[in-house]
Design a binder for this molecule. Sequence first.
Ligand SMILES: [Zn+2]
Length: 355
Amino acid sequence: MRVGQLTHAYIFEGPAGVGKFTAAQALAKALVCGNRGCNRCEDCVRLDHGTHPGVLSVVPQGVTLGIDQVREIARQVILKPAEGAWKIFIIDDADAMTVQAANAFLRTLEEPPPGVLFVLVTSNVHGMLPTIRSRCQELTFNAIPGRDIAALLRERFGFDADEADLATRVSGGVVGKALALVRGPGMARRDQVLSLASDLGVLDSLDLMNAAEALATSVRGGARQDAESKEAIEEAEQFALDKRHASFIRRTLEQRAKRDVAQRERIAFEDALSVLDSWFRDLVVAVEGAEELLVNLDRREAIERCAKMTSSETALACIGMIERARRMIRHNVNPQLALEAMLLDIQECDPCNVS
Ligand SMILES: [Zn+2]
């Protein structure tokens, strides 16, 4: 993308984890850095710390992005950038704008002063007002074909073929997810979920509750660890231009951290549900004799053993229960309670009773 071709507003859309926000930051970096994003100059370093005065990232306060935040953006837009300088707004989860906020934002979007650029990042572009979409240029970020991810994991990150293959199958084409899986605690959590799934038939209800609690604790712990720390906020503040800028930075980073923990927790629980989902999907595949479609190749034996004791209907019913738990978590039901209720339902359904 050459600078001459830029319009003043973009929507970066696509599934979570495919690198939309990173791309938005890279675009900002390419514009503010005198050297096309060298990663070393003051501009690049400030941008990485979230303290570049010309690049403001906006995240929803809580569940929605409200009118107050849009008014703050409008105020910042009016403070024109210095000649030749950029003022770039990266708005994350832009679909979280309330209708009122979106309508107010339309006016800001209409005719911003030169040098102002908006990048709206969203994984739910259909949740945005058509009037906003029509004023932006949309760029779609897609999940990447499995063979490309596997090759990337092998060649660039040095994972062996089996690891790369498994992570790719499990990640559903999202590079960020595949990498997080092979690098982080993702694989251990996946093991935990799959072991629980294969043991469902032999666990009594107390064991089951204990297992659910252990899983919830590990999911939560992982999510917390990833969120931003106090030290990072203090460090970032030191880059501020003045008091007002410092408090802006602090507010943004604190909001982001708070939101991060809640959001990461929800995502981590949904990831755990996806793993469980893949188990029952594999059961259906095995019952139907289509083993070449198995996702959890490393569990082939347990899946085939379980498949002998169940039917597709039962496994599909369990998938329905997982979907219900996912919806509950999205509607802010306590994830651990949703998890426990779901596991009890699944056990009742008796997917692979060994007795
Ligand atoms: Zn630079």
